[in-house]
Write a new protein. Structure first.
Length: 249
C-alpha cells in the first residue's frame, strides 16, 4: 500500500498518506441542494450523479480498489413516484455511459448490491449484462447499491442459509459469521475502511450494516452535489490519522 501511495503521489503531485482499499459513500443532500436553488429535487439527484462521476474517477486514479455508493435504498420507494423514476432514469444513464466506457476498454468492474427483482426489467437486464461483461476487469470495482438495505441483505442471507438447512445440506452449528458473509451481496469484497456521509447528517441509514462493523465514519458538512475530489482527499487524510484497533488494544 505504501509503495502504491508513493507512486500516486509522484504521478499526481498530491500527498496521500495512505490509499484506502474500500470506501463507502452515502450520497446525501441532493434534495436540499436543489431546494436551496429553487430547483426540483430531481435536479439535485442529477447533480449528485455528476458528483459521483468526479469522485469515482478520482478513486480510480489514486488506486482505490473498491468504491460502494448508496444510490437507492429499500426505504427510498416511499418517495414520490416522479422522484423514484428520476433516480431510476439517472441509473439508466449511468449504465449507458458505463457501457460506452467499457467498450472503450475501461478497466472498471461493476457490481450491483441489493434486491434487483423489484426494479424495471430493462434495468435488471442492463445491470446483469454490465456485471457479466465487466467481471474480469482489473481496475476499481464500483459497487452500486440499488434497492439495497443492510437489514434486507442480512435477512436475504439468512433465508438462503435456512433453505440449505431445510434441504439438509447445512446444520445450524455450521452457521458462522464467515459463512453468513458468503451469502451477502458483498461476498468476496473486503469491508469498507471508511464510510463517508456528506450533508451534515450523522447516521448509517441501513447502509452496509454488517460490513461496517469496524469501518471508520467520516462526516462532512458539504451537500453531496457539491462534493469534490478535494473533499475526498481530506477524508482520506482524516482516515489516515485514525487509530484502528479492530477490538484489540
Ligand atoms: C439522498 O439524498 C440521495 C438519494 C436518495 C439518491 C441518490 C441518487 C443519485 C445521486 C443518483 C443516482 C446515482 C448515480 C451514481 C447514477 P436526499 O435526496 O435524501 O437529500 P436530502 O436529505 O437533502 O433530501
Amino acid at each position: 500500500m505504501k509503495g502504491e501511495a508513493m507512486a500516486v503521489q509522484e504521478q499526481e503531485n498530491v500527498s496521500l498518506p495512505v490509499i484506502p482499499r474500500h470506501i463507502g459513500i452515502i450520497m446525501d443532500g441532493n434534495g436540499r441542494w436543489a431546494v436551496k436553488r429553487g430547483l426540483p429535487r430531481k435536479a439535485g439527484h442529477k447533480a449528485g450523479a455528476k458528483a459521483f462521476e468526479r469522485v469515482s474517477e478520482y478513486c480510480e486514479k489514486i488506486g482505490v480498489k473498491y468504491l460502494t455508493a448508496y444510490a437507492f435504498s429499500t426505504e427510498n420507494w416511499r418517495r414520490p413516484p416522479e422522484e423514484v423514476e428520476a433516480i431510476m432514469d439517472l441509473l439508466r444513464e449511468y449504465l449507458k455511459n458505463a457501457e460506452e466506457r467499457r467498450e472503450k476498454n475501461s478497466k472498471v468492474r461493476m457490481l450491483f448490491l441489493g434486491d434487483r427483482s423489484a426494479l424495471a426489467p430493462d434495468l435488471q437486464e442492463k445491470m446483469d449484462r454490465m456485471e457479466r461483461e465487466s467481471a474480469n476487469k482489473t481496475g476499481i470495482t464500483i459497487c452500486m447499491a440499488i434497492n439495497y438495505g443492510g437489514r434486507d441483505e442480512i435477512a436475504h442471507a439468512a433465508r438462503e442459509l435456512a433453505r440449505l438447512a431445510k434441504a439438509g445440506s447445512l446444520s445450524p452449528e455450521e452457521i458462522t459469521p464467515e459463512l453468513l458473509e458468503k451469502h451477502l451481496y458483498t461476498r468476496g469484497i473486503p469491508d469498507p475502511d471508511f464510510i463517508i456521509r456528506p450533508s451534515g447528517e450523522q447516521r448509517i441509514s441501513n447502509f452496509l450494516l454488517w460490513q461496517s462493523a469496524y469501518s471508520e465514519f467520516i462526516y462532512r458538512d458539504v451537500l453531496w452535489p457539491d462534493f469534490e475530489p478535494e473533499d475526498l482527499r481530506g477524508a482520506i487524510e482524516e482516515f489516515a490519522g485514525r487509530s484502528r484497533r479492530f477490538g484489540g488494544i
